[in-house]
Design a protein around this ligand. Structure first.
Ligand SMILES: [Zn+2]
Length: 264
């Protein structure tokens, strides 16, 4: 095997297997967690629809030196505006925060620190609030780049993201951060099949909760023949047609949704 293809495989596993392996563990964990914070996908309808929650705030709390790239913030806003009906607008609130944990994270810690540092509760008045923490340190499995741990809480691990850039910086850590952020929000939006069953066959058989399409941001992994897409730096950061159709179906009521903390 050539050095270049070895690097390619390494890159692919860092970029794709990694974040998703992390998120899926949490999705099953959260079922036991219960409580009012809900499971991943539990606020999908509150986001997609405008009935009660006509505004949305995305609170991003980052450790000193761990602020998100401005491209990540603007891309996230754009992707959410594409699918969530929020006539009152979606605003991004960034705060620097000193977290109690700076080295080793797990799902329970992301939940407790996330809940402690959130400025307001997820559902308040007419505002839906989702929360991202971007702390120092890494997940217990340090190949994990991001996790979604309940209906409103995400963590992104900047140290691990910085180490996940590709050969010749293509994709760059900035592009990796862009994709991981959108991917985790995709889980909060119920993708893929977390709180509904898609009429399209796009959930990967071996990786529950993830897409089998390498052009979706919800893609699970890359097979060897797909590696060239990573060499050109084209990491997916968009929802594909099936993802969009699933969200449209949930929003309209055509697809029934389970485990919702709010329903129209
Ligand atoms: Zn995932």
């Amino acid at each position: 095997m050539s050095k270049q293809s070895m690097l390619g495989i390494l890159l692919a596993s860092l970029l794709v297997t990694v974040p998703m392996a992390g998120c899926i563990d949490e999705i099953t964990d959260v079922l036991d967690e219960g409580e009012s914070w809900g499971k991943v996908g539990g606020l999908t309808l509150a986001c997609l629809r405008s009935d009660t929650y006509s505004n949305m705030v995305v609170e991003i709390d980052y450790a000193p030196g761990y602020a998100p790239e401005s491209s990540t913030v603007s891309l996230l806003k754009q992707r959410l505006e594409q699918v969530c009906d929020k006539p009152g607008g979606i605003s991004m609130k960034l705060n620097e925060e000193t977290f109690s944990e700076t080295s080793s994270w797990n799902a329970d810690l992301v939940r407790s620190v996330g809940h402690d540092t959130m400025d307001e509760s997820p559902l308040s008045g007419s505002t839906l609030r989702w929360h991202v923490i971007m702390p120092q340190g890494s997940y217990s499995d340090d190949s994990v780049l991001g996790v979604a741990v309940d209906a409103s809480t995400i963590a992104l691990f900047g140290d691990s993201i910085d180490d996940a850039n590709g050969l010749f910086n293509r994709p760059s850590s900035e592009e990796v951060e862009n994709s991981v952020m959108i991917h985790e929000f995709g889980h909060l939006l119920g993708l893929v099949n977390l709180v509904y069953t898609s009429p399209a066959d796009h959930e990967d058989d071996d990786h529950p909760g993830h897409s089998n399409n390498d052009e979706s941001v919800m893609y699970w992994a890359v097979e060897s023949q797909s590696l060239n897409s990573f060499f050109t730096g084209n990491l997916p950061n968009e929802f594909d047609a099936d993802d969009l159709a699933d969200m449209e179906g949930m929003k309209s009521g055509e697809l029934s949704c389970s485990d919702q903390l709010w329903r129209p």
